[in-house]
Design a protein around this ligand. Structure first.
Ligand SMILES: [Zn+2]
Length: 471
């Protein structure tokens, strides 16, 4: 027998069965029960969140033999006919391939006739933003004077491409991404109905990977079940979907703690070798840094908020003590700033490597405020090493020596011509210009090593640090 996809087998047939989108379901269900649908609806939102599914359920509810009712019965001839896509009065049109003015004119001609079998004539236009301007104009005439017992449902992922004249004649509902917890509940219910053995961690991973799209979640689950064994484990899901294993994250945080550049380069190679999904890897890493920062900042009181599994809690508790909150905050910020760049890079693997090296070397990037406030250096003596303050700011090794919390004022641009100091500050060290700081930093041996590894100039490092502290 041919395999039918999970998404097809578990396609919701009533409003109640649809996961999420509570507001839209309530309004459409009420319109069906009161038998007072609007002439046109615009359902917009990202793919796979239930726009066409809800449109079909609405079409059934309006045409059901037991209507007006809040839900379709799914048993009568009308309901079954809509489910099979064979109802003569419910027309589904793909906006991408029927987008010409002639298609719109043909539509207008059929609209003139009363419904033949059902109570309403319903037109569901999918990918409706693909319609041409002429097609929209032809439709506009119909929407200006909507015939009785005709309902339009436009579904689109790009509502901004809709002419305002059309939008203003529609009830517009924006579909939200499904919350991770709701998607987990949905996938868990499906697995129970299928009688499968599974780990909660496996479902959680799939839900996370689907990023709020029910359809994506169902296809990923289908894929995992098709390739997996008797039970669905988190490890198996990671393997099948090309996700980094927990062992990789353990080693990565170990490398961050010991500032081991070699290990990081090796781990990046491993992600490339295993064909790990880099986009999802950075999302997971961002999630880890967020949880670690919150745990470090809020302590045990944060645990109920984070809703961690036993394994995750043990992992975070073991790792958190190796990093200061300031370090985790800066690392999290740096990662979020880099995510888009990595996704759009022509060399995502190299971009990832640079990011991870930046994260390893983050504690070694100097707190510039200490330098900015030090005295003008004597050109004879080597830069940076002259003041104990600065020497302290460059820890040789060891996790406990992480720099003081990064302050917002630390990396602000120092004006070229400083105003005269206040009398009370007369004896305070003179501020240096940014250029002077950069020159001074360029000579520092530790930063030179850093630069070789990063392949970045000191100016870039300073700019990066500024971005981190100002974001
Ligand atoms: Zn029915």
């Amino acid at each position: 027998m041919q395999h039918t996809s999970l998404a097809a087998r578990y396609r919701p047939q009533t409003f109640a069965e649809v996961a999420g989108q509570d507001m839209v379901k309530t309004i459409l269900s009420r319109a069906a029960s009161e038998d007072s649908p609007a002439p046109a609806y615009l359902l917009s939102g990202t793919r796979g969140v239930g726009k066409t599914t809800i449109a079909r359920i609405f079409a059934k509810a309006l045409n059901c033999e037991r209507a007006p009712a809040p839900e379709p019965c799914n048993a009568c001839v009308q309901c079954r006919s809509v489910t099979q896509g064979a109802h003569v009065d419910v027309t589904e049109i793909d906006g991408a391939s029927n987008n010409s003015v002639n298609d719109a004119r043909a539509l207008r001609e059929t609209i003139c006739y009363a419904p033949m079998e059902g109570r309403y004539k319903i037109f569901i236009i999918d990918e409706a933003h693909m319609l041409t301007t002429q097609a929209f104009n032809a439709l506009l005439k119909t929407l200006e004077e909507p015939p009785k017992r005709v309902v339009f449902v436009f579904a689109t992922t790009e509502a901004h491409k809709f002419p305002v004249t059309i939008v203003s004649r529609c009830q517009h509902f924006i579909f939200r991404h499904l919350a991770e917890e709701a998607l987990i509940a949905h996938l868990t219910a499906v697995l129970r109905k299928e009688g499968k053995i599974f780990e909660d961690g496996a479902v959680r991973l799939i839900a996370k990977r689907a990023a709020g799209s029910v359809r994506d979640g169902m296809s990923l689950l289908d894929q995992a079940l098709a390739l997996g064994g008797a039970s669905l484990t988190a490890e198996l899901v990671r393997d099948i979907l090309g996700l980094a294993g927990q062992e990789l994250f353990d080693r990565l945080f170990e490398a961050f703690a010991t500032r081991d550049c070699v290990a990081v380069v090796d781990l990046t190679r491993q992600t490339a070798r295993q064909g790990i999904d880099i986009g999802f890897f950075t999302r997971e890493l961002a999630g880890h840094l967020r949880n670690l920062f919150l745990l470090r900042q809020g302590g045990e009181a944060m645990l109920p908020v984070l809703k961690l599994s036993e394994n995750e809690e043990a992992f975070y508790k073991a790792v958190a003590q190796n990093f200061s909150p300031a370090h985790l905050h800066a690392a999290w910020q740096m990662l979020l700033d880099s995510q888009r760049g990595i996704a759009q890079s022509v060399e995502p693997s190299t971009a990832l490597e640079l990011l991870l090296l930046n994260l390893v070397l983050l504690p070694q990037l100097l707190p510039i405020d200490s330098l900015v406030l030090t005295k003008q250096p004597n050109p004879e003596t080597p830069a940076v090493t002259q003041t104990p303050q600065t020497a302290q700011a460059i820890p040789a090794t060891g996790v406990s020596n992480t720099p003081a919390p990064l302050s917002r004022t630390a990396y602000t641009r120092t004006p070229a011509a400083d105003p005269a100091p206040e009398p009370s500050l007369k004896n305070a060290p003179a501020k240096r210009t940014e250029q002077q700081v950069i020159e001074q930093l360029s000579n520092h041996p530790q930063l030179q090593a850093c630069r070789e590894v990063l392949g970045a100039t000191v100016e870039q490092c300073v700019e990066d640090k500024r971005k981190i502290t100002h974001a």
